[in-house]
Design a protein around this ligand. Structure first.
Ligand code: SAM
Length: 216
């Protein structure tokens, strides 16, 4: 998702208290940002933030950080947050490219990563840009705690099949997997839909989901 460049987006983002600026300085001490030691969960490529905002409202004892590379998209998430009666205190955003997460989070700092409807990058020559390619699984292992997990949802079957191959190649174990989340009673329990999930499931596309943990 890339929205038309929005004049002033960078200034709004820079002035918003939920957006963490100079994020690298918090590496190893994100608990100080939240002023508690609750678990930290990230959504990488969060788009307009519907999923993460609902998660934060439902789980006040868990801290959430949304990572989005485009300021124009993050701006939409901030507008959504501003429209809430009370902004959740357990939610922050970082405007950055996910390839740099190792410079922003210490090993063990995150306990879960959500990848929702990640960009497919369909051309073979762009495969390394996919957020579920082997190099990314290594990056995730570099910031997750020992038994931390990654949860990935998509309606794109080709991307999902690619991800299943890559996650195993990277030395992870697939703990759970479905090719039709909304008809899988167990995995769909407490499912929060993302914007893309609503859009594509309303067209009849089945949603795939995997949960993976690094083998030790
Ligand atoms: N997760 C949302 C959902 O399910 O509705 C948005 C999905 S949208 C297809 C993918 C989002 O990931 C876009 O907003 C895009 O800008 C962001 N994104 C893609 N690659 C990224 C990267 N390397 N780092 C940070 N954000 C990224």
């Amino acid at each position: 998702m890339r929205l038309r460049n929005i004049p002033g987006a960078r200034d709004v983002i820079a002035g918003h208290e939920a957006v963490i600026k100079e994020e690298k300085q918090w590496k190893g001490r994100w608990d100080q940002v939240f002023e508690n030691d609750h678990p930290i969960r990230l959504e990488i490529g969060m788009g307009k933030g519907q999923f993460l905002m609902q998660m934060a409202l439902q789980n006040p004892d868990i801290n959430y950080i949304g990572i989005e590379r485009y300021s124009s998209v993050l701006l939409r998430a901030l507008e959504r947050m501003n429209a809430l009666e009370e902004a959740p205190s357990n939610l922050r955003f970082v405007c950055m490219d996910a390839s740099g997460i190792g410079e922003v989070f210490e090993k063990g700092e995150a306990d879960r990563i959500y990848l929702n409807f990640s960009d497919p990058w369909p051309k073979a020559r762009h495969a390394k840009r996919r957020l579920t390619s082997t190099a990314y699984w290594e990056r995730y292992d570099g910031i997750l705690k020992e038994d931390g997990t990654v949860e990935f949802k998509t309606d794109n079957r080709e991307l999902f099949d690619f991800s299943l191959e890559q996650v195993v190649e990277a030395g992870w174990e697939v703990k759970a997997c479905t090719f039709d989340l909304h008809n899988d009673e167990k995995m769909n329990q407490n499912n929060i839909m993302t914007e893309y999930e609503e859009k594509f499931s309303s067209k009849g596309n089945p949603i795939c989901k995997l949960i993976a943990e690094r083998k030790r």
